[in-house]
Design a protein around this ligand. Structure first.
Ligand code: DQA
Length: 154
């Protein structure tokens, strides 16, 4: 089973961004931790980061047919990335949205996620451990179309 881990704009500079919001781990460290965790769970983890919405969409379109689920931190596209949202919907896979910071405890514009209505669930404010939790959850839920309380079969 393959899980896609997708990181949106500015997440390539994790570790250098405001550490009180985003933590001290670099993106490479987070991706490597997820690959190791995936190996323990028997899951292949394929990570991708881009600062460009179109490149994220191209990745979703080309890789989703071979994948069982998606973990995505869309960065600021969370709040306005409608084309990315459409691509995630079209992928037809269970998606978990992850935010390092608690987007509900920040500026008003961050409190609305246009991605949230089409995902199976969202983890916000738990730092890098949010990705680890999402991977554990997808490992158990990705194969069952409507698994989990509140799931709508996505
Ligand atoms: C973020 C929150 C977004 O509002 C912000 O634009 C990011 C990171 C997070 O992980 O907390 O780039 O998605």
């Amino acid at each position: 089973m393959k899980i896609l881990v997708i990181h949106g704009p500015n997440l390539n500079v994790l570790g250098k961004r405001d550490q009180s919001l985003y933590g001290s781990k670099s993106l490479a460290e987070i991706d490597s931790m997820l690959r190791e965790q995936g190996a323990e769970l028997g899951i292949e983890v394929t990570s991708f980061q881009s600062n460009h919405e179109g490149a994220l969409i191209d990745f979703v379109q080309s890789e989703s047919p071979q994948a069982a689920g998606i973990i995505i931190n869309p960065g600021a596209l969370t709040h306005y990335g409608l084309s990315l949202r459409d691509a995630l919907t079209d992928a037809g896979l269970p998606v978990i949205e992850v935010h390092l910071s608690n987007i509900y405890a920040r500026e008003e514009f961050r409190r609305k996620s246009i991605i949230a209505p089409i995902v199976r669930g969202q983890i916000s404010g738990l730092g890098w451990q949010g990705y680890a939790a999402a991977l554990r959850i997808l490992a158990t839920q990705a194969c069952s179309p409507a698994a989990g309380p509140g799931a709508k079969g996505r």
